[in-house]
Design a protein around this ligand. Sequence first.
Ligand code: B12
Ligand code: SF4
Length: 468
Amino acid sequence: MQIEQSETAVSSISPADHSEALLQQLARQQKSKKKWLLIQPKSTTSMMVDSGTVSMPLNLIMVATVVGTLFDVTFIDERLGQTIPEDLSGYDVIAITSRTLNATKAYLIGDKALKQGKIVILGGVHPTMLHEEASMHCTSVVYGEIESVWTELATDVLKGKMQLVYRAKELKPMSRMTRPDFSYALDSKNSKKYSSLIPILATKGCPVGCNFCTTPTIYGKSFRYRELEFVLEEMRYHQERLGKKKINFSFMDDNISFRPKYFTTLLEEMAKLGVHWNANISMNFLDKPEIAELAGRSGCDLLSIGFESLNPETLKSVQKGSNRLGNYETVVDNLHKNNIAIQGYFMFGFDNDTEESFQLTYDFIMKNRIEFPVFSLVTPFPGTPYFDEMKPRIRHFDWDKYDTYHYMFEPNKMSGEKLLSNFVKLQKEVYKGSAIMQRMKGKPLNWVWFVNYMMHRFTSKLTPEYYY
Ligand code: B12
Ligand code: SF4
């Protein structure tokens, strides 16, 4: 197939060329529907993030849902052991999602598909942040969400005339977001390896603006949300599909509590549905006991909180304005009183970190009985202000290592060796049998115990060499 590619770096699409009506007309003229192969590549990381039970990729499911309105879709998730065919002749478009940790893999697939003359589309966080790099391995890059550029992208696929980058001038309201069609993932081979948690999205964006996070760069200060009724309708749909009330949902939102009124109304409504849920959340208003009480009543089992650091200077340096050290213990206490477990994220390797930082963190975790502590090494992701600041000091630009478990730069107040030996020691200490018992005793017998068991096995084998 002959694919034309415009010379312009970013599409400047005129509404006349790309109206919805034109798209529908072109779609009707397809002799047979064009075939898209959507791929979730598996990274090479040896850490637990991409193996064993994996979460359903809501990003690719949403892409499939949008693409499936006009085209035939085949869905491949390499993390489930599904393989990409060598011969791609059965497909017209190969569309790949990529974060930084699987960018190298995504590029390899893209290169192979280009050699076979396919339209190759790259999307996801990494191609968005580094669209010039990504465009060397594809026909087109989608900047940010597919929904906001779909009319243009689909029209061009049908015309066989692609732009280098599709970037929306303005983001579409989330009210126009279609309910994700999970059958793409659930009907695919080995789907039993997916976690039973159902990913769901109520809001997008986070205006907090931490300098190490990609969200403010991609979506700016925007914060959008779906009408509550759509979110609840999606929950009811899954309850009916699975024939039970108690469904476990996992919110994929960047910061679900950013609009307190929206969040508390959502929780009130969820309490009536009898579902269970977990989410990423920033701690800014969890210090209010009534919010934690409402979260518990609405079925919240676990909240993932980026504590990041116990050092106030560090919190200031990364512009994590939502974290107040003085509130940490109150937040934990409020959640625990309502039987909400905490997945606490802690980062090490900041310039202000010293050996003492590890002991402080250990003491905080043990005293406050944090159920599921997650430790990562500070990783400046490309495209963020933090990456630009740290670039001269970064040790490698091999994207396979951008899984937050690699030693990226030497902090100012500690050698790399000391950083890693303390990092390993802390994980082993927190996940040794007696420490697990101290943190978990009396807590509900659920998957959080299992995670601790898995982490125990995993951390007992860790050595500093893992992180180089
Ligand atoms: C929820 C979440 C998780 C969940 C679930 C992940 C999952 N299975 O999807 C959990 C907790 C498991 C997780 C884990 C990790 N995460 Co995370 N996570 C997120 C978060 C907050 C939301 C992702 C999401 O699902 N959003 C909702 C979906 C619908 O939106 P979306 O992903 O943006 O997809 C849209 C567009 O990107 C686009 N699109 C996406 N793919 C494609 C493909 C094509 C072809 C097209 C056309 C368009 C397109 O259209 C989609 C639909 O609108 C993001 C922040 C963010 N906003 O991206 C971080 C984020 C993706 N995570 C990040 C990181 C670092 C991690 C971990 C390494 C953390 C860790 N130490 O364990 C692991 C790695 C997991 C993995 N294997 O990828 C980073 C990645 C940075 C980077 N440059 O790669 C992010 C961006 C946060 C940050 N720090 O900036 N994460
Ligand atoms: S609070 Fe979380 S989602 Fe918001 S900018 Fe900071 S790291 Fe990103």
